[in-house]
Write a protein that binds this ligand. Structure first.
Ligand SMILES: NC(=O)c1ccc[n+]([C@@H]2O[C@H](COP(=O)([O-])OP(=O)(O)OC[C@H]3O[C@@H](n4cnc5c(N)ncnc54)[C@H](O)[C@@H]3O)[C@@H](O)[C@H]2O)c1
Length: 337
């Protein structure tokens, strides 16, 4: 198969592209190498992908339709996976424009491209952040998610809505996944795990928000990639509606469009997460307790039932295992450089 993946120099795009290349597929990787965090990490990820003959990188911004067209001409994709985005909850308070440019304009350009190319399946990355401060747990895809707490969440929700309209108008089979705090090797330096490990190893204090009482449904990267690869095979169509009394399928009645959570449904309190990191590093952290930050949500907690019903898979890797794998990677790749 031929895939066009946006965001291949990013954490998740890199891992997904690697998996597909290892499975013998062709991947055109589109990425703007934005300076949100250290570009050298992005270049290193692309350099690893470039070891595969099936990989074709295209460096360009989502906002540039011509660049996207070039990627499509080069790769002639059967399937498009749109992962590139301005990510991060806290940075959206500082620089909302980056989110509007990448996640609204950029995602709309990807939808236009899909309209032109008519791929077998278009898959898009949304986020658990769109559940906002919902109190009903676990978060089911059918729950109301109309009260975003940040412009990041608002742009991702808007992307889902735009994608539904394109799926309806142009019959583009579309799956939007809502990811829950993804972590693992080659992860993002702006996320808690990377920051904690870096600080503990270097004797710097770590900042613990919400007095450590916030909880997150952490998803290990290999579990996430497995879920995505399986969902690629489940092309939204009227004949694959998942039926159960306990949960609702989000398959639209008006379009080949579906929303699926990817999370294990086992949230971990931040304090336990810190202890897990300390155990994996083998050193206590200097802890600085701080209140919740603006835009933070108290918890994320995925209902994994729809993912399980559609793919037979639910994430299984424990936070203890996953954090240990991250720390091993960090020591091998980030401390030697
Ligand atoms: N990592 C998580 O926990 C998490 C959770 C929920 C949702 N997501 C979503 O998953 C996707 C991938 O996230 P990630 O963690 O790999 O982030 P990442 O920042 O590591 O990767 C995103 C990539 O997109 C590229 N990019 C950003 N804006 C661009 C633009 N306008 N044009 C071209 N390229 C651009 C960046 O250079 C980067 O390489 C994103 O859509 C993100 O919102 C991630």
């Amino acid at each position: 198969m031929r895939y066009l993946i946006t965001g291949t120099a990013g954490f998740i795009g890199f891992h997904l592209a690697k998996r597909l290349l290892d499975d013998g597929h062709f991947v055109t990787g589109f990425d703007g190498m934005t300076p949100y965090y250290d570009i050298r990490l992005k270049q290193r990820r692309h350099a690893i992908l470039a070891r595969s003959n099936g990989f074709r990188p295209v460096i360009g911004m989502l906002e540039d339709k011509d660049a996207l067209d070039r990627a499509a001409e080069l790769g002639e994709p059967d399937v498009i996976v749109h992962l590139a985005a301005q990510a991060g909850v806290r940075y959206s308070l500082e620089n909302p424009k980056a989110y509007v440019d990448s996640n609204l304009t950029g995602s709309w350009n990807v939808l236009e491209l899909a309209h032109k190319l008519k791929p077998q399946h278009l898959l898009l990355a949304s986020t658990s952040s769109i559940y906002g401060a919902n109190e009903k747990v676990p978060f089911a895809e059918t729950d109301r998610a109309d009260e975003p707490m940040t412009i990041y969440a608002a742009t991702k929700k808007s992307m889902e809505l735009m994608a539904h309209s394109y799926a309806h108008l142009h019959q583009i089979p579309t799956t939007a996944f809502r990811f829950f705090t993804v972590y693992g090797p080659w992860g993002r330096p702006d996320m808690a795990l990377f920051k904690f490990v870096d600080a503990i190893l270097n004797g710097r204090p770590i900042e613990i928000y919400g007095e450590g009482r916030m909880s997150r449904d952490f998803t290990y990267i290999d579990d996430l990639v497995e879920a995505i690869v399986r969902l690629m095979q489940v092309v939204p169509a009227p004949d694959n509606r998942a039926v159960a009394d306990t949960f609702g399928d989000t398959l639209s009645r008006h379009a080949p469009f579906r929303i699926v959570n990817i999370g294990g449904g086992q949230p971990v309190e931040l304090m336990r997460f810190v202890e897990t990191v300390e155990a994996a590093v083998g050193k206590a952290a200097i802890r600085v307790m701080l209140p919740m930050q603006q835009g933070d949500v108290p918890r994320t907690f995925a209902a994994p039932d729809l993912l399980q019903a559609l793919t037979g898979f639910t994430p299984t890797i424990s936070v203890e295992d996953g954090v240990k794998r991250f720390v091993d990677w960090y020591r091998a790749e980030m401390t030697a450089a």
